[in-house]
Design a protein around this ligand. Sequence first.
Ligand code: SAH
Length: 221
Amino acid sequence: MSAHSVDGIGMTSRRTRQRLIDRLREKGIDHPRVLQAMADTPRHLFVDEALASRAYEDAALPIGYQQTISQPYVVARMTQSLITTVKKHTRVLEIGTGCGYQTMVLSRLVNLVYSVERIGPLQVRARDLLYDLKVRNVYLRHGDGFDGWPENGPYTGILLTAAPSQVPDALYEQLAVGGAMVLPEGDRHAQRLITITRTADGYERFEGAWVNFVPMVSGKI
Ligand code: SAH
């Protein structure tokens, strides 16, 4: 991959990207490192070439297999919740790698990212792209996120990019004391952003904005 394609031109240029960052700031994203991570992540490379000119619109876009790349505002919002709830993240588990966009944003902000994707071809595509983009602190697995990734836990942060109807038990267990989990929870029609923190005494739950994610589905394909 050439530096030229990472930098982008025209509708994918740094300038177009900066307009998206201004928009995120207007919508309440104020954490400087989160804004920087969003600015540094070339979203146009995570979507099909035919959609690259729309990559810096604040909208979800299709990535194949009936899945979507999340809306930048929602990626920034969830990332900001995760980052501001915990003082220092050593390891973060993401469920739903998809094209790897949210994965790369996280990789700029925490030491290690572990990410699980159930659809094999999406996982392979994300792996190759993140490798080309020289993202080296990310470990990817083809598996079912309902099981989490127990071998590397507990995690200071867990972020889901697909919506379960209820938080899976395995993920509660793999959250470190002092850690935070951010997810969309609900059915296909009504989901809310939830933040769960784990203290020495148990779990605390905060309910946030209404959102619209693809459902979390069990089993890998
Ligand atoms: N993180 C992506 C969003 C991808 S959409 C981004 O940055 O844009 C959500 C992803 O979650 C899809 O790729 C879907 O296949 C995956 N997914 C759904 N259920 C899952 C499960 N049980 N385990 C792992 N991944 C799952």
